[in-house]
Ligand binder design. Structure first.
Ligand code: MG
Length: 374
């Protein structure tokens, strides 16, 4: 049984090793919302809300998540008993619509607490068995193709098993061609458009078909399924949906409509682990590969993603880069690392998250804090 006795919200500012650019944003440091959750049995754990500073991925932001947690989500779960963490999301959804990333932060903490209380790792608790998960990397839009090729070369040398290029109209065919020509990637190259082709002619994307990409991620509108279905019917390259899949029901609609052939599961986007596992199980039944995307998480969010990616349906490499790729110093010990074969070790035998959270460092980085409950 889980009974949340107190939740403390912390906002930290974690400096990035280098700026991260997509078609929609440019970031030099990451504002991160962390939850420190204590159970009535005295067990505690940390979780992370993956919402960004601006509403440029989905409508939520770190500030809306703070509000939603404090006003509605925490009062809804605090002091209430749950027999199993899978009960948390339906309970939240009964009275609160949307705010999936804020809900996920509380919901996922309940899974970690339950795992910790049974003495099992989070990965094992949810049914994961993999000892290591394959890792790819997202490469932001670079100033020129020379810089891009050099960066991709470094990533391949480090062992990454999948290269994802962020693209936007006017910066797509040339970078993809440059990378394809420079390396023998053999189906390990994909692109992510982050919805940037919403107003573009279909030919803009059909020109990418010749490169035999693993997938084109979310080319059209963030809440669209119908036009993705039309596009998929005319593209050879599989479409992978990210932003559009916000619930298991949306995943079911994607399959029914043919809007895509792959799903990027980010637990924050869908309201946490119960929904992620439901989407995983649905896709498994329909032979749809899934992989775990990244949201520039700290090592805390990464622990949840690594546990999730240990489930059997996660057959494609996730965006699970090691801590040093993004942070000068992470907030967990040991930091997440990647082997030379491009895999991240899953701490299957350690209870809970499998990493120690550096509470002192979090204290030093905290710019805002609020405690609910006792
Ligand atoms: Mg994406």
């Amino acid at each position: 049984m889980i009974r949340l006795q107190s939740i403390t919200l912390h906002e930290i500012r974690l400096p990035l090793v280098e700026p991260f650019e997509t078609s929609r944003s440019h970031q030099e440091e990451r504002r991160i919302l962390l939850l420190e959750v204590r159970d009535s049995d005295g067990v505690s754990c940390w979780s992370e809300c993956v919402a960004s500073e601006a509403p440029n991925y989905l409508p939520e932001t770190i500030d809306t998540a703070w509000l939603a947690l404090g006003e509605w989500i925490i009062p809804c779960v605090l002091g209430r008993s749950f027999d199993h963490p899978r009960e948390v999301l339906p309970h939240l959804n009964a009275t609160i619509r949307g705010h999936n990333m804020a809900k996920a932060a509380a919901e996922m903490a309940a899974w970690a607490l339950a795992a910790e209380k049974t003495g099992r790792s989070l990965a094992k608790y949810i049914g994961g068995e993999r000892k290591a998960v394959a890792t790819g990397i997202a490469v932001g839009i670079q100033a020129d193709t020379g810089a891009l090729v050099e960066k991709v070369g470094q990533c391949l040398e480090e062992g990454y098993q999948k290269i994802k290029l962020k693209i936007k109209p006017g910066a797509d065919v040339e970078p993809v061609r440059a990378v394809s020509d420079a390396f023998d990637l053999n189906g390990r190259l994909m692109v992510d458009a982050n919805t940037a082709y919403d107003d573009q002619p279909i030919e803009a994307l059909r020109r990418l078909d010749r490169f035999g990409l693993m997938m084109i991620e979310q080319p059209l509108g963030w809440d669209d399924l119908r036009r993705h279905a039309e596009l998929q019917a005319r593209l050879d390259t599989p479409i992978c949906l990210d932003e559009s899949i916000t619930t298991p029901e949306r995943a079911r609609d994607m399959i029914a409509l043919g809007s895509g052939r792959i799903i990027n599961i980010k637990p924050g986007r869908v309201g946490g682990f119960a929904a992620s596992i439901a989407i995983h199980d649905l896709c498994w039944k329909h032979s749809i590969p899934v992989w775990c995307g990244g949201m520039l998480e700290s090592g805390i969010g990464r622990a949840y993603n690594v546990a999730l990616a240990a489930l059997p349906g996660f057959t494609l490499p996730g965006d699970l880069s090691p801590s040093c790729r993004y942070w000068t110093q992470d907030i967990v010990q040991p930091e997440w690392t990647m082997s030379s074969d491009g895999t991240v070790h899953v701490p299957l035998e350690q209870p809970g998250l499998g990493v120690e959270v550096d509470a002192d460092r979090i204290d030093n980085l905290t710019v805002r804090r609020e405690t609910f409950g006792q």
